[in-house]
Design a protein around this ligand. Structure first.
Ligand code: DGJ
Length: 732
């Protein structure tokens, strides 16, 4: 068995490796932590010949006895600022003399099997200790009496290194942490493209790929949530890397709040990357005896392009980040009433929809916003989590029982983190929201954000939602969050801790979610933030699926789901068939295409079922039946992206079972082209020598043929055309 972490004492080198990946760290001059290498597995190494040294003008001489040595040019693991390295530091600490100069030197290390969990924070895990090995390097600043622990875990079967850092204060004077990234790595060259996912509400996770430029480039969020605008992820790709070939390094942060991911190319063409809590508007007062833990960064190496990177992220997030009884299960096909009724419903209207849903084969009925307080629009009642008896005379339980009598499960929408100024909660506790006394409270969607940095507010949330979830037989919860933070300050924190508010909020929400998830292990939680405004690994640790976007237009969704798939597996994405003209873009697409797009993830329906005609009902029944045949492939198969919707009007993806016996291919054409060329899709993930049948046709295809020559797509004169191919191995 491969021993994943080796310590070569005579060279001062740590080698973390599995069958495919190596990561090398060297202690230089007995105290500095140099980054030697991260990439394809190396077997024999001459560590002392990896680093090159040369004294350079204006690069400070860090060691007086060694003029060639400067921190300014040393590739490092967790660099400081102010001691000679002028690039972006991984951390910055203000000490009690007002300066930010620190000197953390190597002190000791520990190597052990398994992976420690991070206190109060979401993180990837192992089920058995032998799945991974962990190295903890401790650096000490003896003047401050602070220990810096750098955590590195390498998985045996996944090409993943998980990193984080913690500062442990064993000294006597309090300090302020101003910056503490979760990881930092220096590459010795800059021939990279970088790729990240950007967007806005209803247009999340569009892909952008650009060559690196000299200087800094970064993405970040200062919204108090990971955000629609930038996902906490980026990748570096060798310039010629494609979907299936070339070196790709993906970095993803297990965090749902303000983050920064930055890349800096210096004048010697080295590239420094880092990700962590956004240092903008952040500081943390660390008192003697306390420890500060950063969130975890997940670092994936792929020699097989972006596709290889995504498949590793998918396996990791699906099996070693998501938790709970739904982790390894296909998800129920749901109906959600939001786009059908918005706030305008009665119990009878919901019951009518439920009858139709049940007849169509839907398994879960979700009641969305508008069921509590006097919430007839988005202007009131968040905080008053009691069913509105005018709309629901039998309460939640009465409706839930009715839904169950129709053979479906019952699900509920909630938005716990918010408060409406027009609510009993706000009238009673006006100081429970984020605010600055004496200043305005900026509304967004007419609501304010509860101050989850406060323990009492979090406890109230836990108690309140324990009651709500116990008040009816609830099998599913959609946990929404519909605005970002402003006036991010807390009435409970002293002045010197105000810049801790946003991170303390995250620790608070994570505690609330952990408690509720443990209390209600049978509830399937889906997170949401106006669609995909908090689609991140942090949320997935508590809630194994996320509402991908409020945009359910089939054409747009192809792109959104494609971009999302860079990091997140299909089993984590909610995808619904909605009405036309589409509520967000006004486009009219055929029902079949809407079904085909939604069934490439967790299929649901969010439309006025009462308006469906016979033919439409027949299509939905048929597609639900088909989805049942392929849902295991969608949820657990390996994803191959075949044609990029950002590059043209045709796109395709496929999911293949890891035993290569079955696969499903989704092909979408958004706009027809006059007199188009023939299109062949070269499939992936099949057994070259096996024979496959496609959609029960008589003709058999060799895997080799489908992967090398390709699957011929019919020429169709139509916009919004889609086709799904179920590919099954035939046994002779
Ligand atoms: C935003 C969500 O993304 C929608 O799906 C819906 O639940 C609304 N909130 C309800 O207010």
């Amino acid at each position: 068995m491969v021993i994943p972490i080796e310590w070569k004492e005579q060279d001062g080198v740590f080698h973390l490796y599995n069958q495919r990946v190596s990561y090398l760290i060297q202690i230089v001059h007995g105290k500095y932590l140099a980054h030697l290498y991260w990439g394809k597995r190396v077997h024999t190494i001459q560590p002392n010949s990896i680093l090159s040294f040369k004294g350079r003008a204006f690069s400070p001489m860090t060691e007086s006895k060694d003029p060639s040595f400067s921190l300014d040019t040393l590739p490092q693991e967790y660099p400081a600022f102010g001691n000679g390295d002028f690039r972006s530091p991984a951390y910055q600490i203000k000490t009690n003399d007002g300066t930010t100069i620190t000197g953390f030197n190597y002190d000791s290390h520990e190597i052990f099997q398994g992976k420690p969990q991070l206190k109060g924070l979401p993180a990837a895990y192992v089920e058995e200790d032998h799945e991974a090995e962990t190295l903890v390097i401790t650096m000490v600043d003896s003047k401050l009496g602070i220990g810096l622990h750098l955590y590195y875990t390498i998985y045996r079967e996944l090409d993943v290194i998980a990193r984080s850092a913690s500062f442990e204060h064993l000294g006597s004077n309090e300090v302020e942490i101003h910056k503490c990234m979760s990881m930092s790595v220096d590459f010795h060259h800059s021939d990279w493209d970088w790729l990240h996912l950007h967007g806005t509400w209803a247009r999340e996770r569009y892909i952008e790929r650009k060559p690196l430029i000299h200087g800094k480039q970064s993405i970040s969020s200062a919204r108090g949530a990971s955000s629609h605008q930038h996902n906490p992820f980026f990748a570096l790709l060798s310039e010629n890397a494609t979907e299936e070939y070339g070196e790709t390094y993906g970095v993803s942060l297990v965090y749902s709040g303000n983050f920064q991911a930055s890349i800096e190319v210096d004048s010697f063409e080295t590239t420094r990357l880092s990700i962590g809590i956004n240092p903008f508007h952040f500081s943390w007062l660390l008192k003697p005896g306390e420890t500060f833990q950063t969130p975890e960064a997940l670092m994936v190496y792929s020699a097989d392009g972006l596709g290889g990177m995504s498949r590793t992220f998918h396996r990791l997030l699906r099996t070693r980040l998501c938790r709970g009884m739904y982790r390894d299960k296909t998800r129920p096909i749901l109906f959600n009433n939001w786009e059908a009724t918005r706030f305008d419903f009665t119990e009878n209207k919901l019951k009518d929809l439920a009858v139709i849903a049940a007849n169509l084969g839907i398994e879960l009925f979700v009641l969305d916003d508008g069921w509590f307080g006097h919430r007839n629009n988005a202007k009131s009642s968040l905080g008053d989590w009691v069913a509105d008896r005018k709309k629901l005379p039998q309460g939640l339980n009465g409706l839930a029982e009715y839904i169950q009598s129709k053979g479906m499960k019952f699900g509920l929408w909630v938005e716990p983190e918010m408060v409406s100024p027009d609510s009993d909660l706000y009238r009673k506790h006006p100081d429970w929201c984020l605010h600055v006394p004496g200043r305005g409270r900026t509304l967004s969607r007419n609501q304010l954000v509860l101050d989850l940095s406060r323990e009492d507010v979090c406890n109230w949330l836990i108690d309140t939602f324990t009651k709500v979830f116990n008040s009816a037989s609830i099998s599913y919860v959609k946990w929404d969050m519909n605005r970002n933070m402003t006036e991010a300050a807390s009435a409970k924190l002293p002045p010197e801790r105000q810049k801790e508010t946003a991170h303390r909020y995250m620790l608070g929400i994570y505690r609330v979610l952990e408690t509720l998830m443990k209390r209600f292990p049978k509830i399937l939680f889906e997170s949401c933030s106006g669609g995909g405004g908090r689609f991140d690994p942090g949320m997935l640790y508590y809630m194994p699926q996320t509402w991908t976007s409020d945009d359910t237009d089939a054409v747009e969704r192809v792109k959104i789901q494609y971009g999302t798939s860079m990091v997140y597996p299909a089993i984590t994405m909610g995808a619904h068939v909605s009405d036309v003209p589409n509520h967000q873009v006004g486009r009219i697409t055929p029902l079949q295409m809407r079904c085909h797009v939604a069934m490439a993830a967790n299929l649901g329906f969010e439309m006025n079922l009462a308006r469906l005609n016979k033919k439409e009902k027949m299509i939905i029944k048929r597609e639900i039946g088909f989805y049942r045949q392929i849902m295991d492939l969608v949820c657990f198969g390996d994803l191959y992206r075949l044609l990029d919707p950002f590059k043209g009007t045709d796109s395709a993806i496929m999911y293949a079972a890891s035993d290569q016996t079955r696969a499903v291919v989704f092909y979408y054409k958004t706009l027809a082209m006059p007199n188009p060329p023939f299109l062949r899709l070269k499939l992936r993930g099949l057994n070259s020598l096996a024979k496959y049948q496609i959609n029960n046709d008589e003709r058999l295809y060799l895997g080799d043929e489908l992967m090398k020559i390709g699957l011929t797509i019919p020429l169709v004169k139509s916009d919004f055309f889609s086709k799904v191919y179920l590919i099954q191995q035939m046994v002779d």
